[in-house]
Design a protein around this ligand. Structure first.
Ligand code: ADE
Length: 245
C-alpha cells in the first residue's frame, strides 16, 4: 500500500519510522511518503492560510495551495484508485471498521489541516473529480491539527496489511474485533505478584474453561466501560450464559 501524508509539520510524522510501521516501510510492505505543504506555497513567506470569509477567530487553509499539492500527490487518475483522507473533528468517526475497509485500498493520501481547517472547496473539488474523499474524526475532542490523527490512521490501517503483524492470530481476539466486545484482561508470569494472583481458570489448562472465563470478562468489561457496544450487538450473538454475566 502507498500512503502519502501532506502537512505543514512533516516532522510530526517521524514516529512512523519506528516499530512495526517503520519495519513495514523498510521491508516494502508500506510505501509511506511525507510531504511539506509549504512546498506548494508561492509567496516569499510560504503562506498556506488566510482569514475566514464571514469573520470569526482563527485562520483557514487556502484551497489554491492545497489544490496544487493534492493535484501533484494524487497524480493521474491512471495511477489507480486513491482515497483522500481529511482528518477533522467534524468528520465521521474513524473506527476499526474504517481501518479494515481502508486496508483494502491501494493508496491513501492524508491531508493534515491546521488552524480552523481546510477551505471546504478542497473536499468538494476532489469529490466532484471522482476521488473517494473521507473526512474523519478520531474521537470527540479537538486537536491542533490532523497530524496526530494521521499517525492513528496509518498505524490502525498499517497493522492490518498482510505481513505487518508477525502473528496474524493476534488480530483475531482484540478489542473492537469480530466479537464486538472489548478484549478480556491478560496476564503473564509471575503467577503471583504483590499478593495478586493470576485467575485460577487461566492456569487450569482447560481450553473450554479458559474460553468461557475470557468471554465472561469481555462481557463484564464491555458492559461496564462501553455499554453502547453491547447495545449494538445483535441479540442472537449472545448465548444464555452470556446474558447472565
Ligand atoms: N483535527 C483536530 N481534531 C481532530 C480530531 N478529533 N480528529 C481528527 N482530526 C482532527
Amino acid at each position: 500500500m502507498r500512503v502519502d501524508v501532506v502537512s505543514i509539520f512533516p516532522d510530526y510524522l517521524a514516529p512512523l519510522e519506528l516499530s512495526l510501521v517503520g519495519k513495514a516501510r523498510r521491508t516494502g510492505l508500506l510505501d509511506l511518503r511525507v510531504h511539506d505543504l509549504r512546498d506548494w506555497a508561492t509567496d516569499r513567506h510560504r503562506t498556506v492560510d488566510d482569514t475566514p470569509f464571514g469573520g470569526g477567530a482563527g485562520m483557514v487553509m487556502r484551497p489554491d495551495v492545497w489544490g496544487r499539492a493534492l493535484d501533484d500527490v494524487l497524480g493521474d487518475a491512471d495511477d489507480g484508485p486513491v482515497r483522500l483522507v481529511i482528518p477533522t473533528p467534524s468528520g465521521e468517526v474513524f473506527t476499526q471498521r474504517t481501518a479494515e475497509a481502508w486496508a483494502q485500498d491501494e493508496r491513501l493520501v492524508i491531508a493534515c489541516g491546521r488552524y480552523e481547517g481546510i477551505d471546504a472547496r478542497v473536499a468538494e473539488r476532489y469529490r466532484e473529480r471522482g476521488v473517494a474523499v473521507s473526512e474523519v474524526s478520531i474521537g470527540d475532542y479537538v486537536l491542533n491539527g490532523g497530524e496526530v490523527a494521521a499517525l492513528v490512521v496509518v498505524e490502525a490501517v498499517g497493522r492490518l496489511l498482510p505481513g505487518v503483524v508477525g502473528n496474524p492470530e493476534s488480530l483475531v481476539e482484540e478489542s473492537h474485533g469480530a466479537a464486538g466486545l472489548l478484549e478480556y484482561p491478560v496476564y503473564t508470569k509471575p503467577p503471583a505478584w504483590e499478593g495478586l494472583e493470576v485467575p485460577e481458570a487461566l492456569l487450569s489448562g482447560h481450553h473450554a474453561r479458559i474460553a468461557r472465563w475470557r468471554r465472561d470478562r469481555a462481557l463484564e468489561r464491555t458492559a461496564a466501560r462501553r455499554p453502547d457496544l453491547l447495545d449494538a450487538l445483535a441479540a442472537d450473538t449472545l448465548d444464555a450464559h452470556d446474558r447472565e454475566v
